[in-house]
Design a protein around this ligand. Structure first.
Ligand SMILES: Cc1ncc(COP(=O)(O)O)c(C=O)c1O
Length: 411
């Protein structure tokens, strides 16, 4: 049986169906930089970048080399000795995150980083409630799902973690109203990713910081998607000079080569480790291979000045998309984003899906937001060049034209 059929039979038949619909019933073969090839030899421009993970593109040579070196030395930690790559990465993260964030818990995925953030917030405050935002996406493990208010994902998993309040995104006043004496923390993405690349009004994060500080509530900045340069600054909160109490990072932290996540907090928030060193732990989190990738990823991001590059390329991409927006106002409702976190909002999800399929047939990979299928997101590697952006925009023009022709008489 071929790999696609095996995936359909043993892993996820529904997703296989969706992939088939978008013409992506293919098997990937290899990748380099901004390109991916399938087993039939077709080459794709990767403008999804593993949902904003591949900031350095596929197989960045410095990350591959760092991982290779560690692989030859010691890929896994025995855990009852201290691992140097993890310790050095924790030091680096303390150095490059805002304010006095200095303690690090390592996990393997964004959801694990969020789970840890929620638990440490409860440990530290002794309070139980959380406030999250409409459209927010924080992962799908039980705790992370509990602060990801999407009925479709939450309903079949209930009962969830109790004590979660949902407020509109972009409204700090609503957070203030929702705070009770039992509120442990507010969790927020500086820019919503899966919610449809939603940039909050200017001043929102600053106001959130003010309100939470005033009321003695922790602020968790979920930078799993916005972090490490994607929005044009190293961290999304840097746009407003905000220092959260806890910051979560994942995706780009592994340099596109290894999975790794980090929950970075002010020292006192993780003080419980002094009394209870095993209160929260994981076998694989921050393993030497992943930590080596993380160290190399941060080095490349800073060395190549990728946040500034993301801003420049993102501005070029968004300005290139303006003419398409003007040409197809019936289809495209908005082009928005910051840096290389760009969203195209379509009039409805079906049109977006048709465009994604047409783009795939033209060799460009994109996808819609998990919490907002009307929005097709463009999150290419930060190493993208203008020629790749031109190629994507040209494919998009063709995709929109073909979608219009397909819908003629239907709309
Ligand atoms: C902001 C944010 N937080 C958390 C997650 C969950 O990360 P993971 O899929 O690695 O569990 C995501 C994933 O897209 C995310 O965008």
């Amino acid at each position: 049986m071929d790999a696609f059929s095996l995936f359909e039979k043993h892993i996820n038949p529904g997703l296989a169906g969706l992939l088939r619909f978008t013409g992506l019933d293919k098997v990937e073969s290899h990748a380099q930089g901004v390109y991916v090839w399938d087993t039939e030899g077709k080459k794709y421009l990767d403008f999804l970048g593993l949902y904003g993970t591949l900031s350095l593109g596929h197989r960045h040579p410095k990350v591959v080399e760092a991982v290779r070196r560690q692989l030859d030395k010691m890929p896994m930690s025995v855990r009852i000795l201290v691992s140097e790559p993890g310790a050095r990465l924790a030091e680096k993260l303390a150095e490059i995150t805002p304010g006095d964030l200095s303690m690090v818990f390592f996990g393997n995925s964004g959801a694990e980083a969020v789970e840890a953030a929620l638990k440490f917030a409860r440990f530290y405050t002794g309070k139980v409630e959380f406030i999250t935002t409409e459209g927010g996406y924080h992962g799908k493990t039980m705790g992370a799902l509990s602060v990801t208010p999407k009925e479709q994902y939450q309903q079949p998993a209930r009962p969830l973690v109790p004590g979660v309040k949902v407020v509109p995104f972009g409204n700090a006043g609503a957070v203030l109203e929702a705070i009770t004496p039992e509120t442990a923390a507010v969790i927020v993405e500086p820019i919503q990713g899966e919610g449809g690349i939603r940039v909050p009004p200017e001043g929102y994060l600053k106001e959130l910081r003010r309100v939470t500080r005033e009321r003695g509530v922790l602020l968790i900045a979920d930078e799993v998607q916005t972090g490490l340069g994607r929005t044009g600054k190293l961290w999304g909160v840097d746009w407003e000079g905000v220092e959260p109490d806890i910051l979560t990072s994942a995706k780009a932290l592994g340099g596109g080569v290894m999975p790794i996540s980090a929950t970075i907090a002010r020292a006192e928030i993780m003080e419980i480790y002094k009394r209870e060193p095993l209160i929260h732990s994981t076998t694989f989190g921050g393993n030497p291979l992943a930590a080596a990738a993380g160290l190399a990823a941060i080095e490349v991001t800073l060395e190549e000045n990728l946040p500034a590059r993301a801003l420049e390329m993102g501005n070029y991409l968004m300005s290139s998309l303006q003419s398409l927006w003007k040409a197809y106002p019936r289809f495209i409702q908005e082009v928005r984003g910051r840096g290389l976190m760009v969203g195209l909002e379509f009039a409805d999800a079906d049109i977006g899906a048709l465009v994604v399929a047409e783009l795939a047939s033209r060799g460009v990979l994109t996808a819609f937001g998990l919490n907002n299928p009307k929005v097709v997101r463009l999150e290419p590697p930060l190493i993208v060049e203008p020629v790749h952006i031109d190629q994507c925009v040209e494919a998009l023009a063709g995709a929109l034209k073909a979608t219009e022709a397909a819908l003629e008489g239907v709309m």
